[in-house]
Design a protein around this ligand. Structure first.
Ligand SMILES: NC(=O)c1ccc[n+]([C@@H]2O[C@H](COP(=O)([O-])OP(=O)(O)OC[C@H]3O[C@@H](n4cnc5c(N)ncnc54)[C@H](OP(=O)(O)O)[C@@H]3O)[C@@H](O)[C@H]2O)c1
Length: 208
C-alpha cells in the first residue's frame, strides 16, 4: 500500500517527468523513502528529503541515494529547503503539511505540482490549523496542488508490480520496516509512528 501510494502519487498525481527536482517530506517513512528512490530511478534532476533525526537524514543520502536531506527539527524548513534546492523544485510530495507545505510553495518553480498525500503534523491538532501563509503564490507560479487517496489508483497495480517488482529484484529499490512484536504493543507502535520512532513501514507482528 505505501509503495502504490508513492508510485501513484508521484507518477499519476504529480505528473512527474524526467529532469524534475523533487522534494518529499516524511522521507524516511514508508511512503517517503519510496517516493525519493522512485524519482531517482526515473531520472529526477535532484531529490531532497526531510526527516526528524540526523540518523534518518544520513540514511536518506547514504542508503537511499537522495541528493540532499535535512532534519526539519534543526531549523526553519524554508531556509533548509532553499539551501538544499538552490534551483527550486518542480514536485513536492507532502506527507506532513504545515510548515513543510508553506516552505515547498515558496521553493516551487513555475508550473510546479504538489501531491497532498498526508498532513501528519496536524493529525493531533485540537484547533483548525492555519493555511500556508503564502497560498497566493500558487496563482503567480501557476502551481497545481492535488489531494490523493491510494484506493483511487488500483488500476495502476499492473504497472506498479512490473516496475517496482523489477526494481526490488535488481536491488535498485530498497526498503526498511520497523517491526513491533505482539498485538498488545499495537497501541504503542501507533503512538511511536506519530513520534517518528519508525524507519520505513511500522509493522505490528502477530506471530507470537
Ligand atoms: N493519501 C493516501 O492514500 C495515503 C496512503 C498512505 C499514507 N498516507 C499518509 O502519508 C503519510 C506518510 O505515511 P507513512 O505510512 O509513510 O508513515 P511514516 O512516514 O512511515 O510514519 C510517519 C512519520 O511521520 C513523521 N512525523 C510525525 N510527526 C511529524 C511532524 N509533526 N512533522 C513532520 N513529520 C512528522 C515521523 O518521522 P520523522 O522522524 O521524520 O518525524 C514518522 O515516522 C502520512 O501522513 C499518512 O497519513 C496517505
Amino acid at each position: 500500500m505505501p509503495g502504490l501510494t508513492a508510485y501513484a502519487g508521484l507518477f499519476d498525481v504529480a505528473s512527474f517527468k524526467e529532469g524534475d527536482g523533487v522534494f518529499v517530506s516524511g522521507a524516511a517513512g514508508a511512503v517517503g523513502n519510496q517516493v525519493g528512490q522512485m524519482a531517482k530511478l526515473k531520472g529526477a534532476s535532484r531529490v531532497i528529503g526531510s526527516a526528524g533525526s540526523d540518523e534518518k537524514v544520513r540514511l536518506l543520502v547514504e542508503e537511499y541515494g537522495f541528493d540532499a536531506a535535512f532534519n526539519y527539527k534543526n531549523g526553519p524548513v524554508a531556509e533548509q529547503l532553499e539551501a538544499a534546492a538552490p534551483d527550486g523544485i518542480d514536485v513536492y510530495f507532502d506527507n506532513v503539511g504545515g510548515e513543510h507545505l508553506e516552505a515547498a510553495i515558496s521553493s516551487l518553480n513555475v508550473h510546479g505540482r504538489v501531491t497532498l498525500c498526508g498532513m501528519i503534523a496536524q493529525y493531533n491538532a485540537t484547533e483548525p490549523t492555519p493555511a500556508p501563509r503564502n497560498l497566493a503564490m500558487v496563482i503567480g507560479k501557476r502551481l497545481r496542488l492535488q489531494g490523493m487517496l491510494v484506493r483511487d489508483h488500483e488500476a495502476l497495480q499492473p504497472e506498479f508490480v512490473r516496475d517496482v517488482g523489477g526494481w526490488l529484484r535488481s536491488g535498485e529499490l530498497k526498503y526498511q520496516e520497523t517491526v513491533v512484536e505482539g498485538i498488545e504493543n499495537g497501541a504503542d507502535a501507533f503512538l511511536g509512528l506519530m513520534r517518528g520512532e519508525n524507519t520505513g513501514k511500522m509493522v505490528v507482528s502477530l506471530t507470537r
